[in-house]
Design a protein around this ligand. Structure first.
Ligand code: ATP
Length: 199
């Protein structure tokens, strides 16, 4: 019987919408680090992104993540932050997971664009004591070292120059996103009339 503590990846995002690069990152990190599970944690209120735009409702973003990971063993949608409500802080998610899975090793996955902002994360010192950081490169972003005190590994991932911002622009302009998001997500977007596709 395997009694080793679980190794769980926490890949948080707004996922508005989830895209191919997100899936590539989740799968590559899971395989490279031999993680038992990779949770795609859908932010309820991503406090880092309060730029005035209206987010797609959390339940719709969650439905897209659910559709995207269907049939991909090891990748799981996670709704802890939605169920908790309010602003989404990774430290709260980590504490909840530690309670549910005592002894689990938690690996927080971020793209390199996120690294410079880590010092602004809530309870950064407590968070960096609890987790290992897995950093992946993002096209167009110059990699920087994580702030002092973080245990961090860099994981090579095939570069995909895609962002949710670009996808929202395309969809809102009536354009195509085939190949940039999984087909199941394209269907979900159409069925729910997201990004003005129901006009
Ligand atoms: P937006 O364009 O709306 O800001 P996004 O495409 O950056 O969204 P998020 O949901 O904010 O997507 O990203 C969640 C995580 O995925 C972050 O850690 C981010 O760095 C990472 N990520 C997003 N796109 C890529 C990409 N193309 N390559 C590597 N990492 C990525």
């Amino acid at each position: 019987m395997n009694t080793a503590p679980a190794r769980i990846g926490i890949f948080g995002g707004t996922f508005d919408p989830i895209h191919t690069a997100h899936l590539e990152v989740a799968e590559s990190v899971r395989q490279a680090l031999g993680l038992d599970r990779m949770l795609l944690v859908v932010a309820n209120q991503p406090w880092q992104k309060e730029d005035g735009r209206t987010l797609t409702p959390a339940e719709d973003r969650y439905a897209m993540v659910e559709a995207a990971v269907e049939g991909r063993p090891g990748l799981e949608p996670c709704r802890l932050e939605i169920d908790r409500g309010g602003p989404s802080y990774t430290i709260d998610t980590v504490r909840q997971l530690k309670e549910s899975y005592p002894g689990a090793e938690l690996i927080v996955v971020v793209g390199s664009d996120v690294v410079p902002g880590l010092t602004t994360w809530r309870e950064e010192p407590a968070l960096r004591d609890e987790v290992t950081l897995a950093v992946v490169g993002r096209p167009g972003v110059t990699p920087v070292e994580p702030p002092p005190g973080w245990r961090a590994v860099t994981v090579p991932v095939a570069p995909f120059d895609v962002s949710s911002t670009e996808l929202r622009r395309r969809l809102e302009a009536g354009g195509e996103v085939q190949g940039l998001v999984p087909d199941a997500v394209v269907r979900c977007i159409g069925q729910r009339g997201l990004y003005a596709t129901g006009r």
